[in-house]
Design a protein around this ligand. Sequence first.
Ligand code: SF4
Length: 463
Amino acid sequence: MKITNKLTISIDTLLKYDRPGPRYTSYPTAPVWDEDFGPERFKGKIIETNSGKDLPPLSLYFHIPFCFSLCFYCGCHSIITRKRGHTAEYISYLKKEIENISHYIHKDRKVVQLHWGGGSPDFLSPAEMETLYSHITDHFTIDEDAEIGVELDPRETTRDHLKTLKGLRFNRISMGVQDFDPAVQKAVNRIQPEEMTRRFVHWCRDLGFYSINIDLIYGLPYQTVTSFQRTIDTVIDINPDRIAMFNYAHVPWMKKHQKMMKEETLPQGREKLGILKTAIEKFTEAGYVYIGMDHFAKSKDELCTAQKEKTLYRNFQGYTTKAGCDLYGLGITSISMVGNCYAQNQKTLNDYYSTVDAGILATYRGYELNHDDLLRRHIITRLMCDFELTKQDVEKKYGITFDDYFRKELTGLEPFREDGLLILHPDKIEITDSGRTLIRNIAMVFDVYLEVPGREMRFSRTI
Ligand code: SF4
């Protein structure tokens, strides 16, 4: 496939397709999952997928929910506290959960991807990080070439944290920045001066972390095209290996604290989409490749290689080169993706602690995919990762005739074709350079759950 490093799209086209829609870190999306899929069913699935030969490798995710202060835009599952004492108890439960779940997982399976997210994993002290990591390695075998990543907050992470993480074999750092503009930082309650971020990146490089990712958010209060250009220029100057630039998900009906930001200060319409357009153009001009769904990477990054070779994959942590793993999520709210099912852990500390204490899995809800779900998940994933879909591949894998099975969807793609966002070849669907930015909207055509009567499906806007 062609990897473009210069990408443009008209604001009118962006405006036309600006509507709520899922991010497709899973298909079906989380609102479809239900509580009938609980600990026992998940346990059954784990046992089933750990018998037999040639078992796929593992990806492990650990959720550390605590943060010292609340960023008003936050959409994560975070617990705001200044009491460090929480962590000892939480780690003791994570350790028990590791014991519970690893009991069912085949010992020969290697972990090729390990990630700590949050919240803020830097809420743990360096000693706590060592304790947790050593418990993980006592129960799982980490592959020599594993991708071991952590999300860190430059406001709270010390050089000692970084040294400890380096000693534990972590090799990827992802840090939140969002915007360097002091007015925006004040409005979102996240003061993180540029010098602090630069010093933090310097520490990371000095200690030998070879992959650094910076997260940005567009759509925050007081952002303008001009102000955000300065943030983009600063990020380009800092030169991270990857950049994730998320659309601010304004969902105050789910995240009440987002009401702390006045709606009239949020950039809207042309201004907001102008920010997106400028960012895409500037990052791609600076040599970053637009991987898709808000992610950019340097052209030599393995994400770009995987995209060229069509081995890129997408899971709850975003784009990854580790396709085909079973993903186990531990800690409150974490999501597992094992075999043909999803399972999400309990959402409150009390519920999480009591299920772990009872010696059962901490599953609160989940979903087992049927044949049609698996087929559609494959299509959505390949479109989002490869920006093209070969009909014959799908037909062979799922035993269907593509044009018959997806007659309605092919008609639904017509407006995108007319707008030059994709090309409908007889044998494949090809997303054009302009269509990459609207890949969520294109994927939505294949989602059968968006219009189910009686099911409330409220999402953030697609762009
Ligand atoms: S640091 Fe991250 S997880 Fe914590 S409140 Fe801010 S945005 Fe949310």
